[in-house]
Design a protein around this ligand. Structure first.
Ligand code: WT7
Length: 684
């Protein structure tokens, strides 16, 4: 393997030495009510039945016009599903549930301040609010099918309402995670070509009412610098009628949504019947180069896949109270708070704030009060909840039947706490492995069919056929004890079609490595490269070991090291920067930054702080580095490449390995002493 992949080689080595974990079996009560108990599903979804098997998922939806071609490969490797079909995603998530579920809660929103009342929106209320907003977006903002609109909204009900209103019109939404900076938002506005930005004045987080609208001013400016004019900024208010931001409203550009909406009271907008392959939304994610990639997810395939997996893997029935504690600003929230659950007429719970605010019992109080029975979160949150109050779950009267972990590998010990303490030994757990690009799950156990194994995601989903290749494209067999690159042999309906505006990058990032013939229109020639290392045990379960590229998974979300390094380089004193992942108790991984200075500068706390500030401004607080080390020089190969693997080993106090072939081996020991001798302060 190349230098770049060195980090993961050692991880794989460590992981391969992990002991096999014992199985846990799904409880009989769970199996008795499960949506999928039939082992034959794997036979129906075998490769020999591909792609027609996915009709089963598409038939969960209501189509305006049925499709004629299940999978169109003519533009390989951009796959188009259910071609010829017409469908509206909003209709499928809202309108079609009215006859049977009009008065049932679609969304229950829990504000962070505990004294504020929950907001329960019935399907009827959701229908009304989505229609009125769709009318506003169409008539006031001039949006029409195919336009892109950027949303920079926190966890408030206005976010799914806005997404669904866009979907109703065939407008492509691009939601930017609320915690991202104005700059990040501006770049995504420019990349997607949005002329409308929808934001909010403020929201609650960890006890503060954050000013969010300020970010829009920077976003509009950054987009403008890149040539994208934002005509209108639509501002929802956290408290209608009351403005909580200190940012000025720009006349003729900024408008309060709550002031405009009364003009559309009672308005109804026909859902626009979209081709199945029309884009539904963009979701940006980090990659190895600096620029985030706008993953384009299409309407029919995506919705079919998230409906199918929500039903059979999340085991959602209309009568369940389902709570996914992700942020809708990430793909998990799109697929498994909004589109999947609502397409099944579920009750989907949303929470505005921090799971441990104001105390370690908050999450469990919410679960108890709302009668949540399906719970979905990430290892980073599980670790945080466990640390804050390992015995808290036992103090509250809730009982989950089903729990999910997603976003990063979960340590078996943490898994067991989740199972025993949160699930009280009575809930089934699914460890779902997937990505922003994949729209929905790739690997997981089927909750009523397979036993669970702590730390392992499980086998491929029905219709998903993973394969592990070594660097040369030879297959690594199951049970061989060897790790390699996990790929997917076949397309599936949830997969993205392309990177918005950059098809070349789409092909090179995800398909070039193992493509058998670049001219081919046969899907068999195009295995999908996930960028993850994995190992497959004898029983067929995959254990995901982490990224093989320069991407750091922080708290279950990807950050590109290049993005972080470019931010460091904005500080004038910095000559070179390398950012590496470092193990962290709660977040799994956090960025650890190494910088060297231009000769005329001396190390100072001010420079370290400037680097942190640059990263927060460029990307957002989520990317804040654990430490900033000012080193005399970077360890480099003779060809001048920075050895991030060496730095990562130093950050984690792991074995550094042989560095004698480096251009400057002596600097490694110097850096090691600096870092591990702890001359650098941890930034608080
Ligand atoms: C990367 C994707 C999946 C939605 C949230 C994150 C890692 C994801 C698991 C899991 C081990 C996992 C992979 C993947 N990952 N789920 N269950 N076990 N690793 O989406 O930001 O696109 O990140 O997260 O490395 O490539 P994302």
């Amino acid at each position: 393997m190349s230098d770049k992949e060195g980090i993961e080689v050692s991880e794989a080595e460590i992981a391969a030495h992990w002991q096999e974990e014992e199985y846990f079996y799904p409880p009989a009560e769970f199996i008795a009510q499960a949506n999928q108990t039939d082992q034959a599903v794997f036979d129906r979804f075998r490769l020999g039945n591909f792609p027609e098997c996915f009709k089963e998922y598409a038939d969960l939806l209501t189509w305006d016009k049925y499709w004629h071609t299940t999978l169109d490969t003519s533009n390989a490797p951009s796959w188009r599903w259910f071609v010829g079909g017409r469908i509206n995603a909003c209709y499928n998530c809202v309108d079609r549930h009215l006859p049977n579920h009009r008065n049932k809660a679609a969304i229950i929103w829990v504000p962070e301040p505990e004294e504020e009342a929950d907001v329960a929106l019935t399907y009827q209320e959701l229908y009304v609010r989505v229609n009125e907003l769709a009318a506003l977006l169409q008539d006031f903002a001039g949006l029409k099918a195919g336009d892109r609109v950027t949303l920079h909204l926190p966890m408030v009900p206005e976010l799914p309402i806005t997404m669904l209103a866009c979907a109703r019109l065939g407008v492509i939404h691009s939601e930017v995670f609320g915690g991202f900076s104005g700059k990040s938002c501006g770049e995504r506005i420019a990349d997607s070509g949005s002329r409308i930005l929808i934001t909010m004045d403020g929201y609650h987080r960890a006890g503060d009412l954050l000013d969010h609208k300020v970010k829009s001013d920077e976003a509009v400016q950054v987009a403008g610098n890149e040539g994208q004019v934002v005509d209108k900024v639509l501002v929802w208010r956290r408290y209608p009628g009351q403005y909580v931001s200190k940012s000025k409203m720009v006349k003729g550009r900024d408008f309060f949504v709550d002031e405009l909406l009364p003009n559309y009271l009672g308005a109804r907008i026909e859902p626009v019947s979209m081709p199945a392959e029309a884009p539904l939304f963009l979701m940006y994610t980090s990659g190895t180069t600096g620029k985030p990639k706008g993953c384009q997810h299409n309407t029919g395939g995506y919705l079919a896949y998230v409906a199918g997996t929500s039903k059979y893997v999340q085991d959602i029935h209309p009568e369940d109270v389902y709570w996914c504690m992700a942020d809708i600003g990430w793909i998990t929230g799109h697929s498994y708070i909004v589109y999947g659950p609502l397409s099944l007429a579920a009750t989907s719970v949303m929470y505005e704030g921090v799971p441990t605010y104001p105390d370690a019992g908050r999450t469990w109080r919410i679960a108890e009060r709302l009668g949540v029975n399906i719970f979905h979160t990430a290892p980073t949150t599980i670790r945080m909840l466990r640390k804050a109050g390992p015995d808290e779950p036992g103090k509250y009267q809730f009982q989950f039947k089903h729990m999910t972990t997603v976003g990063e590998p979960i340590e078996p010990e943490v898994w067991r706490w989740y199972y025993h303490s949160v699930g009280k030994g009575k809930a089934v757990i699914v460890d779902t492995y997937w990505q922003t690009e994949t729209g929905g799950f790739l690997c997981s156990t089927m909750p009523a069919i397979h036993p669970m194994k702590p730390g392992s995601a499980g086998p491929g989903m029905p219709g998903i056929h993973p394969i592990i290749y070594d660097e040369d494209g030879s297959v690594i067999e199951r049970g061989s004890g060897k790790a390699g690159n996990i790929c997917i042999q076949n397309p599936w309906p949830g997969g993205f079609e392309t990177i918005w505006g950059d098809r070349k990058r789409y092909v090179s990032t995800y398909y070039e490595k193992y493509c058998r013939n670049p001219e081919s229109k046969d899907w068999r020639d195009w295995p999908y490269f996930t960028g993850d290392a994995a190992i497959q045990a004898d029983d067929g379960y995959y254990r995901i070991l982490g990224r093989v590229d320069d991407v750091i998974n922080v708290a279950g979300h990807r950050l590109g090291t290049k993005e972080l390094e470019s931010a460091c380089l904005l500080v004038p004193e910095v000559a070179e920067a390398a950012v590496v992942p470092m193990a962290d108790d709660i977040k799994g991984r956090v960025p650890d930054a190494y910088i060297s200075l231009k000769p005329e500068y001396k190390p100072s706390k001010k420079i370290q702080e400037a680097v942190v500030a640059a990263i927060e401004t460029e990307i957002g607080k989520i990317a804040r580095p654990k430490r900033v080390h000012i080193v005399p020089d970077m360890p480099k190969t003779r060809s001048g490449k920075i050895m991030r693997r060496v730095l990562a080993a130093i950050s984690d106090a792991r074995d550094i390995g042989d560095v004698t072939t480096l251009a400057n081996p002596e600097v490694v020991e110097q850096i090691r002493q600096m870092v591990q001798g702890d001359n650098t302060e941890t930034l608080k």
